[in-house]
Design a protein around this ligand. Structure first.
Ligand code: GLN
Length: 294
């Protein structure tokens, strides 16, 4: 019998009910201290049964077919090791749209949606040319392409496997004709003068901060997407240098980490960019630095 079913009561072994599987799984998840166990158990079981979460919960007395019970059991075991739910579902919602995610890319975070919101508030030409540096799953660049119907987006990433994920997302979201994916280090090989807006959520965690990350993040998300080489600010520093030939006034919007405000201010003061503002996220944490080329 699969582990998920160990404590299921009542049903015969071959045909457990939805509610029995959920109770046993929630029990085990709640002891593991990761995410909200009730929701996670339902999301995973809904996925293997081909249902939405709401449909699943409305059918809690249905029998779970053996193949689905087995598949659920293996997902539950992976979850219990700390693997993020988004990787198990291979999906994360960003700005109201589903993005494919797996271990090749960082899982899009809700706070990164602020960067998109602030980008949409910028005064841009009717068909802006936008550069997304370090696109990962493509969540920022593709969302901007979808929100600004005439935008053209160039999205870069150092990791070809991350770009493969972004490419799938571009296809699924129907924006391949306006998005170009480029495998390069930051903006190397591109002409910065072509862009009206540059956005980036670069790696901004220092290797010395690795211990502060939850095991879910540290063990499962790609290190190259999390950690800035040398120190936490090195990538931002390079962006401010590599993009200095953008047109005057072009906004450069970069997500920054907790506690980085002072350092960001001092980096800007020694650069060709002026720090226009640092906007906070919903938690009040300074999150998005907006620079303009002086
Ligand atoms: N831009 C992508 C995102 O926000 C990837 C970020 C990263 O890999 N550091 O998810």
């Amino acid at each position: 019998m699969s582990a998920a079913l160990d404590s299921s009561a009542g049903a015969d072994n071959a045909s457990p009910l939805v509610e029995e599987i959920l109770t046993a799984a929630r029990n085990r998840l709640s002891k593991a201290s990761f995410g909200p166990p009730t929701r996670e158990a339902a999301l995973l079981l809904a996925r293997v049964m081909g249902l939405t979460e709401a449909q699943l919960l409305a059918h809690s007395r249905d029998v779970v077919p053996p193949a689905a019970a087995d598949e659920f059991s293996s997902l539950l075991e992976r979850r219990l090791t700390g693997e993020p739910v988004a990787y198990l579902l291979q999906e994360k919602e960003f700005f109201g749209r589903p993005f494919l995610v797996d271990s090749r890319v960082l899982i899009p975070r809700p706070e990164t949606e602020h960067l998109v919101e602030f980008a949409l508030e910028q005064n841009l030409p009717r068909s802006p040319s936008i550069l997304d540096v370090g696109t990962g799953s493509g969540c920022i660049g593709l969302t901007l392409a979808l929100e600004i119907s005439a935008a053209r987006v160039v999205a870069t990433d150092l990791s070809p496997s991350a770009l493969a994920v972004a490419s799938t997302n571009a296809r699924r979201l129907g924006v391949t004709d306006r998005v170009r994916l480029v495998a390069t280090d930051l903006a190397r090989g591109l002409d910065p003068t072509r862009f009206d807006l540059v956005v980036s959520n670069p790696p901004y965690i220092g290797h010395d901060e690795a211990d502060e990350l939850s095991p879910e993040v540290r063990r499962f998300e790609p290190a190259t997407a999390l950690f800035s080489p040398v120190d936490a600010h090195r990538v931002l520093e390079r962006l401010l240098t590599d993009l200095q030939s953008v047109k005057m006034g072009t906004p450069l919007m970069v997500e920054i980490g907790f506690g980085q405000r002072d350092k960001v201010e001092s980096l800007a003061s020694g650069s060709p960019f002026e720090l226009a503002t640092i906007r906070p996220d919903y938690a009040g944490i300074p999150r998005v630095a907006i620079f303009h080329r002086r």
